[in-house]
Design a binder for this molecule. Structure first.
Ligand code: AGP
Length: 614
């Protein structure tokens, strides 16, 4: 939900911190702040709103601040307390000697705050984070050692936290620790970075140390000390990051979202490399540890996810049940974790998550793992907390996705579900060889079909312009594209703020049809296949209520010209693969409407790329 970054080394910290926070803006952007070790003490600067406001706040102090080579910074997505300067991080203790930045939620902060206030601590903000500042400071007053104070104070914290802390009495030093929230150290030459995610420092170094829960790291410009929660010294494991900094530039596109939509053909090609060579070759999923025996004993699959990943999970259900004949349940993680669920060693639990850090899904996965289920994670971040819980891993390898609205990661998740389902079908021998070959052949053609859509997007852009000024928008579909309708609606909703809703078309007449009139756009995802005729008649029902009808279709049916006000034609594709083809125009419609309305496409209000709090 928030982004934290720290630097200690021999360069001006301020430039590194601000650039790092800019790279983390996708994690939250309602306020920000930095703390810098200056000549006589640590100075704190904070601002409401976007990062540009903090830059303006800092500008008058640029000369002095340029001398500082140690600092921490924070960009916020408010959880406790409004996005004001008072609530912005960094937070300090009463004397101002200790400063802290935090990502996560301290669940027992109210009890701790009451104890600290009873000891005379004076709180300025409504945040849980300020409690950490006072708590560590009160322990520091006894032990006079920042690392030890952090270790002892952390034992009192409940919930999720990634913390970076500095103290005036131990200059040019950062102490950091984490639990249930990501924190990574970047290793430079006589300098160290520490951040919530690698984009904050990848342009400076690709050498990284992923901290584990409850570890405490102490950084100075020429030393690193890593300890576990008991104070045992650990040897840091330095990994080489697999990404290139270029992923963090728009490469000439107006927004990251448009760039990432256009990356999708190559994303699919990259996924297929090494997994699906030709239409006659078996699927190769090296990190899936599902033996024939395990698969034969499986009596159920449970898929859990949130948001866009939940829509991918819903399509995964159709695919797996169709290919593998195993019953599949799909549920929002936030619902799953709060009910009595019946999973056991014969249940395969699949977690789907772009970030691999979504708190609800991570909690659900841990609960299922404790009940003995085999955990398979489909994620874009094989370096994430969820990936570390996995018995089997399917990295979707879509590359870093910066735009808050998920696009390429969704298409990558769907592609991965097709490969996983085909892999299981081959192991369980539930599909005829001819069907396997035919589907694999069509999967190999998907990239160029997407490129055809992207090459003729003017029609989609014109459609977006025509329907942009609407308060509501309805998407309807049937069968495997019902989740496509939900995802198309979410894309439009989350970046244009239009009240878009997806419905199973058969449900229209059970209530939603009451909303239809000449002001309501209804987009029908009318793909050739088993439910085409049914959906056509649902579309006619909507037309009879004077709705503004749009068809997204691969059909050449002449009847459509009379029924629909606007038709978006896509390349033909077999029904089972149509969710991938149908999604591309829906992503573009959402993008062009939001862009036309002048919305903040890559950083929509109230949202964050990775929801690391429940
Ligand atoms: C996607 O457009 C949304 N930003 C959001 O719904 C997202 O899919 C959801 O928060 C789940 O994130 P995850 O895939 O990283 O778990």
């Amino acid at each position: 939900m928030c982004g934290i970054v720290g630097y200690v080394g021999n360069k001006p910290a301020i430039d590194i911190l601000l650039d790092g926070l800019e790279q983390l803006e996708y994690r939250g952007y309602d306020s920000s702040g930095v703390a810098l070790k200056c000549s006589e003490s640590i100075k704190v600067y904070k601002a409401e709103g976007k990062l540009i406001n903090l830059r303006e706040e800092l500008a008058p102090h640029a000369y002095e601040l340029a001398k500082s080579t140690t600092g921490i910074g924070h960009i916020r997505w408010a959880t406790h307390g409004a996005p004001t300067v008072v609530n912005a991080h960094p937070h300090t203790c009463n004397c101002g000697n200790l400063v802290v930045v935090h990502n996560g939620i301290i669940e027992n902060y109210k009890e701790l705050r009451a104890e600290l206030e009873a000891k005379g601590c004076k709180f300025k903000s409504q945040t849980d984070t300020e409690t950490v500042a006072h708590l560590v400071a009160s322990v520091y007053a006894e032990v006079k050692d920042l690392k030890k104070a952090v270790q002892l104070a952390a034992k009192k914290l409940q919930g999720a936290y990634a913390l970076c802390i500095m103290h005036n009495s131990e200059p040019n030093k950062i102490v950091a620790t984490k639990r249930n929230a990501p924190l990574i150290v970047g290793v430079g030459e006589n300098e160290f970075y520490v951040a919530s995610d690698v984009p904050a420092f990848i342009k400076h170094t690709k050498r990284a140390i992923y901290l584990s829960d409850n570890q405490v790291v102490t950084l100075t410009s020429n030393s690193i000390e890593l300890e576990d929660e008991s104070g045992n010294i650990l040897t840091p494991k330095i990994e080489l990051l697999p990404w290139e900094p270029v992923a963090l530039s728009k490469m000439g596109y107006k927004h990251f979202m448009l760039k990432e939509i256009h990356e999708q053909p190559d994303v699919i090609r990259n996924i297929l490399v090494g997994k699906l060579h030709t239409s006659d070759s078996d699927i190769v999923l090296d990190e899936v540890k599902l033996t024939k025996e395990t698969l034969k004993k499986l009596n159920r699959i449970q898929i859990i996810a949130c948001g866009t990943s939940l829509h991918a999970a819903m399509i995964g259900k159709y695919i797996i049940e169709n290919f593998c004949e195993i019953p599949v349940d799909v549920e929002a993680s936030s619902e799953y974790i709060y009910r009595k669920t019946v999973t056991d060693e014969h249940t395969l639990v699949i977690g789907v998550s772009q970030s691999g850090e979504t708190a609800d899904t991570l909690t659900a996965i841990k609960q299922s793992k404790a009940r003995g289920s085999h955990i398979l994670i489909i994620t874009n971040r094989p370096d994430s907390a969820m990936a570390r819980e996995a018995d089997s891993l399917v990295p979707v390898n879509a590359g870093i996705e910066v735009s808050v609205a998920a696009t390429k990661s969704y298409i990558a998740q769907l592609t991965s579900f097709y490969l996983l389902a085909l892999y299981m079908a081959e192991v369980k021998e539930t599909m005829a060889k001819s069907d396997l070959t035919s589907l694999k052949s069509e999967i190999l053609q998907l990239p160029q079909k997407i490129e055809q859509i992207l090459a003729h997007k003017e029609n989609i852009q014109a459609c977006a312009r025509k329907y942009a000024n609407t308060r509501d928008f309805i998407y309807i579909a049937r069968g495997i594209n019902y989740p496509t309708a939900l995802e198309g609606a979410l894309k439009l909703k989350e970046i244009s703020y239009i009240n878009a809703t997806g419905y199973p078309a058969g449900e229209l007449k059970h209530g939603p049809i009451a909303m239809l009139d000449e002001t309501m756009p209804v987009l029908s995802i009318l793909m050739n296949g088993t439910v085409y005729e049914k959906l056509l008649s649902n579309s006619e029902e909507a037309k009879a209520r004077n709705a503004r009808m749009i068809a997204l279709t691969n059909s050449d049916d002449a009847k459509l010209d009379d029924l629909f006000d606007y038709i978006i034609k896509v390349p033909d594709v077999t029904e089972l693969l149509s969710p991938i083809i149908a999604m591309i125009p829906l992503q573009l419609i959402a993008y062009y409407i939001a862009e036309f309305l002048g919305k903040d496409v890559d950083q929509p209000r109230n949202l964050a790329k990775s929801v690391t709090v429940e």
